[in-house]
Design a protein around this ligand. Sequence first.
Ligand SMILES: Nc1nc2c(c(=O)[nH]1)N[C@H]1C(S)=C(S)[C@@H](COP(=O)(O)O)O[C@H]1N2
Ligand SMILES: [Mo]
Length: 424
Amino acid sequence: MSAVADEAAQLKGADRRNFLRKGFAVATAAAAGAVTPALASNKAPNLPEWTKTLGRGVVARPYGRPSDFTDLQRRTVPWLTASPESSISFSPLQDLKGIITPSGLHFERYHGGIPEVNPDEYQLMIHGLVERPLIFTLDDLMRMPSVTEIRFIECPANGGMEWKGAQMEALQFTHGMVSCSEWTGVRLSTLLAEVGVKAEGKWILAEGSDAAGMSRSIPIDKALDDALICYAQNGEPLRPEQGFPVRLMNPGWEGNTSVKWLRRLEVGDQPWYHREETSKYTDLMPDGRSRKFSFVQETNSVVTNPCPENPIQQKGFIEIEGLAWSGRGTIKAVDLSFDGGVTWQKAEVKGLALPKALTRFGFKTQWNGEPWLIQSRAIDETGYVQPTLAQLRGERGTNTIYHKNSIHTWNVHASGEVTNVQIT
Ligand SMILES: Nc1nc2c(c(=O)[nH]1)N[C@H]1C(S)=C(S)[C@@H](COP(=O)(O)O)O[C@H]1N2
Ligand SMILES: [Mo]
């Protein structure tokens, strides 16, 4: 018997003794899967190269960045848009853990490029149907009472390429227009109290200072509820991509309403019906008419492991994982199906389940090479159940690109490969 095999056999003996003492050792061993047995020869002086020289010192990178051995990337779909200034990059959901999207991987969506706003010259004007029209500088905003909340932002076009059929062979492209950060700022209601909204004030126009001058009409109820005038993301100033130095953040609502590089809020008595709330970001129904204002991002979920980018590597233990979110509030439950929605089992909600935030779920099981049609179905605190594709298409047809929150299916093949399919 070789030294290695001998050592492995000894370890097995030790494991067996442990097992006799503690019942749970079996589950642990099964969960570890095919892992190399420990070797005594792995100890000093047999050390890896990187242990034999000093590493990089503390000042080399005043602002840290991920290891050069990692490859985390926002990616684009080249044919989707005509120019990089009016385009979309998708978050690599397949590579992320937990619920927070690292700031550098937050999906990007803009219509006129990223403006370089000088924070020293920054101004937010609030006017219209108010008692005291005011201009706030960044310092003014930062002196006011702040709140910090973990919330997702999702473009209503997330999944838009899948309305007519399964098209994108990557989780990053089927669902990567959602991200989740910890946001800090001033409640819009606090600012509105400063300016004093007149009784006729029922809508607010939010206008960006980018070349697109993107603007949306926000109902006063949302403005007075949880809308945030936001200047920080994951503990540091907003990234330029996310609207530096200040964006509006409407938790749970279509990302489009969260106007970035915010320069002006005008209080009015009716909506403005600007481009991004009429010709765009409006759902075309089967009868040719459009749904007027569909603000809320409804309950959605997707399995992130396995997925096309994360095929199953070995038989035996696997923890299925995924993300669920609801613009209406907190995720209450997630069901999983392995047979395309015929039978369902309860998944476990892992870690924090916060309102209007990405919520991670998991499910521990075994895979023995059988084909799976794996689906997740999220249910939120209002009792809303994520619809099937057939239900959603029944209501909205296929001539739209927005608000596709239907149950998604991954086909796990006997090889462990995963492909994107639709069950209708
Ligand atoms: N000023 C301005 N705000 C904007 C946009 C824009 O083009 N200009 N794009 C909107 C759209 S369509 C979305 S989905 C979100 C995306 O936010 P993110 O880039 O921080 O992910 O920002 C919104 N806010
Ligand atoms: Mo969007």
